[in-house]
Design a protein around this ligand. Structure first.
Ligand code: ADP
Length: 497
């Protein structure tokens, strides 16, 4: 067995494993990402909800005693600065901004006046939406210190001494961000390691089981194929329809059946051929030996033999030459049929007419033996669809046999009957009949196994008839009783006009 074949299963398992590990890693990464995203959102939403009215509180508490604006309209920075410092000392994560009416930043202690990147104003839309919903919805607003980022915030509107604007408080300010990032990093590290280790562990167990179950049928099939390959021709996949790869399992079983079937067929054809050669050579040898004997006698005793004896010996030689040539012809015909070189050319023809011709042809031989040869039902014209010359050959062999095995004063009848879509052809004689135990073998004389029942010297007449029947997809039956006679019956498809 090649290396390719033996490593088939491990290769497949490796691929399955790789796919599985990639899947586990992808699942782990998505799990961590999703958890992180929602954990962060959850924490921000909670913080925003808790601190929603902090800006409102600033206005209510701080702006009632002192205005954040000076008389000249500028921001009262000392007052507002103190206020912001107080608040941010208590809650370091927040950053307070005083906004004007259009969202422009009027003042904040956290903003460095030198910082060019810092925003000069923030978008009003999120602030208005926040105020409208009383801070009940999770909403993000601009972060003035990082203009590209969006942060949770609290906001409230003020109207003091003719000045309108907003108190805008970033709830997750720089400080919050630092702490949060730090914690989140640690949290992710722990979660990542924990989740990955656990998922890998469970996945490994489930994966192993899954791969084991998935490849169970495949392993079974591979084992069976290997067994078959190693010579166990009976190896088949049990219950192929229950296999996960039923089509594969069934195909293997079918393939194995047809291989074994073909092998049996080839073996039996081979056996038949060997028996045929052995028997035929025996059959050829007998007449040849007789011929040789008589020819030698004629040569040696040419002068001492009487004229009658010479004639008799010559007749014997003639008969044996006939026998030999018959046998050789039959053998040639049979081997052509056996090798499937004969392709029947089917056409409609009148079997009645053919029968009339054959009866006329054999009439002389029959009369010489004082045998009545007749056609039953000669009026009705029966048409069949078959190969005319092959059918003629089969009928000839059957009539020849019938005359040969019938005693003088006997009768040979050929009858034709329409039976449904077929025409039944029957050759009946009143001859010697065939012993019951020989009947199963008469069509394949040379295939006979039991040598004790086998007579030598037979021709191939019925074996040829049987091959012709096979070519017409029909069968021939024999009904025979010793000393009473025999009937050979077969059907051919009738030709419907
Ligand atoms: P053969 O040349 O010996 O007749 P066949 O194949 O034609 O060879 O026939 C095989 C054998 O079948 C014959 O030897 C004979 O024993 C038997 N057989 C065939 N036809 C008849 C028949 N009409 N009556 C009796 N025996 C027959």
């Amino acid at each position: 067995m090649s290396k390719e074949e033996t490593t088939l299963t491990p290769k497949l398992i490796k691929k399955l494993w790789l796919a599985f590990i990639i899947l586990v890693l992808l699942m782990g990464a998505s799990y961590i990402f999703i958890t992180g995203y929602f954990a962060n959102k959850y924490s921000q939403e909670t913080t925003q909800r808790i601190n929603a009215d902090i800006a409102e509180h600033v206005i209510a508490e701080k702006f009632k005693d002192a205005s954040p604006f000076l008389e000249d309209g500028s921001v009262n920075k000392p007052l507002f600065g103190d206020l912001m410092h107080d608040m941010m000392a208590v809650n370091q994560s927040i950053e307070v901004y005083l906004l004007g009416k259009t969202g422009e930043i009027l003042y904040s202690v956290v903003l460095d006046p030198e910082d060019r990147d810092a925003a000069k104003s923030v978008a009003l839309a999120p602030i208005e939406s926040f105020i409208k919903n009383n801070g009940k919805n999770y909403i993000l607003g601009d972060d003035p210190r990082n203009p590209r980022e969006q942060k949770i915030f609290s906001a409230a509107q003020y109207n003091v001494d003719g000045h309108e604007g907003y108190i805008y408080i970033i709830l997750a300010g720089k400080k919050f961000q630092e702490v949060s990032n730090n914690l989140l990093g640690q949290y992710f590290a722990k979660l990542g390691i924990g989740a990955t280790v656990l998922t890998m562990l469970f996945s490994a167990i489930i994966g192993l089981l899954a791969i084991w179950f998935l490849t169970k049928n495949l392993r079974l099939i591979t084992q069976t194929v290997r067994k078959f390959h190693d010579g166990d021709l009976n190896a088949r996949i049990v219950n192929p329809e229950n296999s996960d790869i039923a089509i594969f399992a069934k195909s293997f079983n079918d393939m194995a059946d047809s291989i074994v079937g073909n092998m049996d067929k080839m073996q039996s054809v081979d056996l038949l051929r060997r028996e045929l050669v052995a028997n035929v050579s025996h059959d050829l040898r007998t007449p040849l030996a007789i011929l040789k004997g008589y020819v030698e006698t004629l040569q040696m005793k040419r002068d001492s033999l009487s004229e009658t004896e010479k004639q008799e010996y010559l007749q014997i030689t003639h008969d044996n030459v006939d026998k030999l040539s018959n046998l050789i012809n039959q053998l040639f015909e049979y081997s052509k049929l056996e090798a499937e070189q004969v392709v029947p050319v089917k056409e409609p023809f009148s079997i009645t007419e053919l029968s009339h011709d054959l009866i006329a042809k054999f009439k002389v031989i029959a009369e010489r033996k004082q045998i009545t040869l007749q056609l039953d039902n000669p009026q009705e014209n029966c048409l069949v669809f078959a190969d005319v010359s092959l059918v003629e050959r089969a009928l000839q062999n059957l009539i020849e046999n019938a005359i040969k095995y019938t005693e003088p004063n006997g009768k040979v009848t050929l009858s034709l009957h329409k039976k449904g879509k077929n025409v039944e052809i029957d050759i009946t004689d009143t001859g010697t009949g065939i012993p019951v135990k020989e009947q199963p073998f008469i069509f394949d004389r040379y295939k006979q196994v039991d040598k004790s029942t086998k007579k030598q010297g037979y021709g191939l007449g019925l074996a040829i008839v049987k091959k012709i029947m096979d070519l017409h997809d029909t069968t021939i039956t024999v009904l025979s009783k010793p000393r009473e006679g025999s009937s050979f019956i077969f059907n051919l498809p009738a030709y419907q006009v």
